[in-house]
Every structure is written in structure tokens, then in C-alpha cells.
Design a binder for this molecule. Sequence first.
Ligand code: FES
Length: 561
Amino acid sequence: MIKVNLRSQERYGGVLNAPHRAFLRSIGFSDEDIGKPLVAVVAAWSEAGPCNIHTLQLAVHVKEGVRRGGGSPLTVPTIVVNDNIGMGTEGMRYSLVSRDVIADTIEAQVNAHAFDGFVGIGGCDKTTPGILMAMARLNIPAVYLYGGTAEPGFYGNLKLTIEDVHEAIGAYLAGKITEDELYEIEKRAHPTYGTCAGMFTANTMAAIAEALGMALPGSASPPATSARRVMYAVESGVALMNAMELGIKPRDVMTYEAFENAITVLMAMGGSTNAILHLLAIAYEAGVKLTLDDFDRISRRTPYIASLRPGGDYVMADLDAVGGVPLVMLKLLKAGLLNGKVLTITGKTLEENLRNYKFPNVPHDHIVRDVSNPIKPWGGIRILKGSLAPEGAVIKVAATELMRFEGRARPFNSEEEAFQAIRRGEIKPGDVVVIRYEGPKGGPGMPEMLRVTAAIVGAGLGKDVALVTDGRFSGATRGLMVGHVAPEAAVGGPIAVVEDGDRVLIDVENGRLDLLVPEEEIKRRLKNWQPPPPRYTRGLLAKYASLVTSASMGAVTLPRL
Ligand code: FES
């Protein structure tokens, strides 16, 4: 029996807690079960998409591991908002919002039922950060388990991901492919359950959970359909009980140094820009002071070494075959770019985990290069600041060759307006599409602009048109795209007063995002600016808009005390 102070005993032990025990008995618990640590297996589960449809099955195996380790497990759910299905519609406004709802629902269930620890099973984009936020917030023993990536699809010799369907729409609208070809791509793009196949947000966050030390080594990359996922599910349950016995809590693992490691892995893998928001939010919950400047500093010193889509050629399942995230981490560790001394959820340091890891003996240079021979000498994401983004903005340089762009501003007050303008062929080479009022408060919920960016790329304008927005990008986005512009338009950031024809400068090397309009003119425009009425006055989106903070703070929701 694990010898730990069990908070569950305050709820279920002793004579006066008989009513609570009566309910546990009615779900099949024996006296022995009631005396053991009570463990929640939190499954972010939903049938409304392929990403998390199998997590209840994984929970069964996690429970087996918890029982092996001496605990009494119960499965509880949390929600999933599917990013791909919600995209480009009202649904997308709920995506980032769902991250905080997930953290809140876990807090509610785990605390209300006095669980002693939990394993969180995630998949789709917001589930992993939501679960990690809850782990950091509650700070009771916890282990993260990823549901796993989908396998890629095939169309002729082309390896497909969901990104190809979005870009096929742009190609179809531009008359480059037929409706039949679009239909064939649609049918083949996502052939199994599991998350989007490339190094988009879901796979990025899974890699980050591993790099932070909150998930078992190697557990991020096996496909959802792999038998190794079952193995990791059982082992995650065992690992949770081990962490409980050792007294390891999430904040012992999620230290500043662990966040530095996670950012390094993010940059080396060319991961999703969304990870910046999520890491800032998880760090906030963990009480770790992380800022946008940390991302820029680490990006400038970290080579981009993993050729993963959308910036490279391969998908998560390919990475899995050559050694998964541990292979990337080993290369970074050997180059002195990771801190190997940090504690992980296994009870061992990161260095020890990598030393014990069994790497497959297969060629891997085509997917993961050595640090001495990188794809690019710097990281996949940069932070820009300037007169258009005084608090900061984010650009994914892994997915573009362009490092400097000056163009004519074409401002739109919503993603939909911009999408229709591209559809009508109104966007021309040399334009900078500015999409505003889509930030955390204005959207609300910072919707992703994949529909617009895919339409730009699909129309063959990826090298000639830039996009600047206070909204977000999908991890699948390619091209010269600047997001997370802060302060956002809804709170009177300079992006609110960009006018048609203004010149905009994006200068990655110097970290600048400037509105090339005299400072006095920007001030004059801002003085005359009036905030538009909120898009929502009732329900979740209205509540969220009233509590959410800037993208430069991870768009966390803070109570108004
Ligand atoms: Fe769920 Fe891409 S939509 S991972």
C-alpha cells in the first residue's frame, strides 16, 4: 500500500463519511478499494471528431496501470472542441475558450471528488494545454498521456494531412484542381482516428508535454492506432502511482528550466505558434514567470532540425519510427541546448530518461538532422515587436522562406471578410492582409486563420502576400503569417487603426513589426478610435471576453477580484 497522506480519506474515511462511501460502494468499490489512493483518469473524450474518439478506451488501460500500482481509479470526462471542424465558423471562437474550460472542469471534478492524483488523456489541440494547466493549478500528482496522432493519408504518391484539404480548397477556388480531385483528397486525408498528422498544434503540444517532463519518454509520437499506445496507457497509470509514492508534484517538474527545455524542443521541431500561448498559460498556472522574450531568446540560439510538416516533409508517425521526441531531445542535449538535470514525472532526470531510452537503430537524418547540420540555424518561431505590436507578435519562420516583407495594408474587421476578399480575387501580390478584432477579447477566443492562410497559399500567393492578425494561426499554417498581435484591436491596439494602403514592415531578423506611418498620425487615429460593441453579450463567449487577458500573457482568464 502506498504510504501517502490521502486527501481522499478526508472525504471517504471515518464514520461520518458513510454517505460518501455509500456512493462509492454503489459503483462497485470494496472496503479495500476505498482505502487506496483515489485516482481520476481524466479523458478528454468526444465522438464529434477523430482526435479524441478513443480516449475512453485508453482510460481502461490507464486504470489497469493505476490498479497495478495500488490505486483505485475512476474515469471522468472533460470536453473537446474540435479545431478542424470548428474552423472558419462560429465554432472556432470556442476553441481557445475550451482550453480554459477544460482546465476548469478538471479542477471542479478532481477537487470536488477529492481525488489524490490524476492521469489526463488529451488529443485535439486545446486538450493537452487545458490538462497541463489543470495539473499545474491543482499541483497534485499527475501524469499526461497523449491520445496519439492519426496516420497520414495517401493520394497517389502524395502523403496527405488535413492541411492538404484546406490548401486544396484554395487550389480549387483558384481553378488549379477540379472538384473531383478535391473530393478525392477529402476522402483520403485523415484515414484513421487520432489527431492531425503533421507537427500542428496537437502533436506540438504532445511533444511539449514530453519535453516538460509531464509525460512518459517516447509517449508523444506513437500513432493513436499503435499497440504501443496501449502500453503507454498502462505505464502512465503505473507512473502516476510511482509519482505519488515519491511525492512528485507537477510544480516540482514544471520549473522555469523545464519550460526552457520545452521551448527549445518547440523551436527545434518547428512546432505550432499556438504553443506560445499555451506555454505562457501553463507557466502562469505553475507560478513560473515566463515571457515572450524567453521565446525569442531561445529561438535565436536553437537550430531548427526536424523536417516535419507544415515546415518540412514528414509527419509525426514518421518521427515515431526513427525515435520520436526523445531523438530530438537527445540531439539537443548533446549540443548543450537542454538542461538534463531537471526532474521528470518518472522520478528520474531528463538526462537519465534519455540514457535509458531504447532508440531504434535506423537512419533518421532525413527527418531529424544533427544540430551541426540544421535545416535553419535558428528556431522555427520568432517574436516581433514594433509600432504595430508594442507588446509583441508571433511569426512562424519554419514555414516560410521570406524573412523581410514590406507591403500595402489591406485591413479587414473579421476573418470572414478577409476570406471573401481572397475568394473574389481582390488580394494582390505585395498586399499585407490585416485581420483584426479577432484577438482573445475581440474574437472572442482568437480564432485561427487557417481558412484564409490556406486560401492565400492555395491561390499561389504564399510568397507574395503576408498576413498580420491579432487572431491565431493553425499549426498547419504556411507562408509569411504574423499572429498574436498585441495589444489586440478590441482594446485599442495600433492594429485597430491600420488604414487601407498604409505600408507595413515585417522584419524577422531585426524582430520588427511596424506600421510605417508617422507616430503622431498613429496617436491621432488612436485618439479618435471607438471600441466596437462586443460581439457577444450573453453566454460563455461573453463571460470569456470579460475575463481574458492579452495574447502576450497567454490569453489566460483571470478573475476580476
Ligand atoms: Fe483535432 Fe487537428 S483537429 S488535432
